[in-house]
Design a protein around this ligand. Structure first.
Ligand SMILES: [Zn+2]
Length: 479
């Protein structure tokens, strides 16, 4: 009772006085939980509470306290169930596209290198809109910075897998014509203007005869070292800059921030939080903190994209605990951001690109271990997990027409232990259900309702009065 009344009081705001308009957002931070479906949220909040010895279900992830929530419809132009590329085009560039394509309209079929070169087919991201308005922009991710989601902020490409020139060549195209994603990030607008780029993926930037700082080889066949090219470009422009590749260096840079910062902390993706060495690997919250402080120096404001990208990877492997833990890490990063940014001049949006097929099921009692078996049994009396999957590599063949009792597995409940799946597939699939959108700050109320995913950047642009949004917002109310 008291909790409900307090929640109502917290959300009841004085309505604007006559003639007074809500001020626009100077800063916009968009958090993306890759594959962070609604059941993932429910299970992650329960785990978060249970880790503090509570029943769990009543716990809130940081962004679940935001005043506005809506649903985003995630289908793409040619796909009922989408991927991270066409959805990135929707939530960053404002147009639905074909599966696997980034920053191009649906006139570009996947793999169509030539068609993707037509500037009329290019759509530009809210990061580019922010730069054109004199604000700053940046990206943070736990995946390779060339992976599909962050690439939506800067790339125009007919296939998400063209992360280095080797991939473009392997697809039978000329990488000098259809540029790979890493090349676009370093050498093309708007990526070459990003003040902060933090994530993984060194291998896409280094030649294949060079090993990176941790001994992993590069993948490029064109002999180019794009990390050096990024540095040379900043030297040419006479701006201060720093490249870092580990947590110690990030902390050193933190004391005296350069104008431009490139941090690549792994050859490929960052490690799962539960498997990473917390002493040597930066957390998503730490990366977000540095990025916001880098960008906050621009008086006009900024756009920042932050991705918890490995929720998706864990789900694809039926690794429920890792997926939930990565979701909790995203929640921590959002919490850090809300502490750094004032609600009256910054808009924070948290959403997902698509769902997954993890089910939160059975009839367990309140407070039951969310990572454990259901209190219920199947019709043959065999236990089943509260979190299980429709499909994926966790499938176990039936014996004597009965399901396998997975609680008897030798590695049961290890982080890399797979929950069970009905349909055998090497990779669990995405889901076609809607995902949630949470918003806090200027014009947060605009994010309620059932939204086409491609409307999100238009709403953010409206709230911040930039890009296509500048046509409809009231400039006079800007900071
Ligand atoms: Zn995926």
């Amino acid at each position: 009772m008291a909790e409900a009344q307090a929640a109502i009081a917290a959300r009841a705001r004085p309505s604007p006085r006559e003639g007074e308009v809500e001020r626009g957002a100077r800063n916009v931070v968009m958090f993306l939980g890759d594959g962070m479906s609604v059941p993932t949220l429910a299970a992650a909040r329960t785990l978060l509470g249970q880790r503090s010895n509570r029943t769990g279900e009543e716990t809130q992830l940081s962004f679940e306290k935001f005043p506005s929530v809506g649903l985003s419809k995630t289908y793409c132009v040619d796909s009922q169930i989408p991927d991270s590329a066409c959805t990135a085009t929707a939530y960053l560039c404002g147009a639905k596209a074909n599966l696997g394509t980034i920053g191009v309209l649906a006139g570009v079929p996947r793999y169509a290198c030539e068609a993707s070169l037509d500037p009329a087919q290019h759509v530009h991201s809210i990061a580019a809109w922010a730069l054109q308005d004199g604000r700053d922009a940046g990206i943070v991710t736990t995946t390779r910075v060339t992976h599909a989601s962050p690439a939506g902020a800067y790339a125009h490409v007919a296939d998400r897998d063209w992360e280095s020139d080797a991939d473009v060549r392997a697809a039978g195209h000329d990488p000098a014509r259809c540029r790979d994603i890493a090349h676009q990030l370093v050498n093309s607008y708007p990526g070459n203007q990003f003040k902060v780029i933090l994530g993984g993926g060194r291998r896409e930037f280094l030649p294949n005869d060079v090993v990176d700082e941790e001994g992993a080889p590069g993948r490029r066949q064109d002999g180019r070292n794009l990390i050096q090219e990024w540095q040379l470009d900043k030297i040419d422009r006479n701006v201060t800059h720093q490249y870092v590749w580990n947590r110690d260096q990030l902390r050193t840079v933190d004391a005296d921030l350069p104008e431009y910062l490139l941090g690549l902390f792994e050859g490929s993706h960052l490690q799962y939080n539960m498997e990473a060495d917390a002493e040597t690997e930066p957390s998503l919250a730490e990366l977000t903190d540095v990025a916001i402080r880098m960008l906050s120096r621009n008086e006009r404001g900024f756009f920042l994209f932050v991705e918890g990208g490995r929720i998706d990877h864990a789900h694809h492997d039926n690794l429920a605990e890792l997926a939930l833990d990565e979701t909790i890490e995203l929640s921590r990063a959002v919490e850090r951001a809300t502490r750094l940014l004032a609600e009256d001049d910054s808009l924070v949006v948290v959403t997902a690109d698509h769902a997954h097929v993890m089910a939160f099921n059975g009839y367990s009692a309140r407070g039951a271990d969310v990572l454990g078996p259901s209190d219920d049994r199947d019709d043959d009396g065999v236990p089943y997990m509260t979190l299980s999957y429709t499909n994926g590599p966790g499938h176990r063949p039936h014996t004597d027409h009965r399901r396998t009792d997975v609680t008897q597995d030798a590695d049961y409940r290890a982080p890399q232990w797979r929950s069970h799946a009905d349909v055998p597939l090497a990779q669990e699939t995405h889901g076609g259900d809607d995902v949630a959108v949470f918003a806090r700050g200027a014009h947060a109320g605009a994010f309620g309702g059932v939204l086409e995913q491609s409307r999100l950047p238009h709403l953010m642009a409206y709230a911040a009065c930039l890009g296509p949004g500048a046509r409809v917002c009231d400039r006079t109310d800007q900071h």
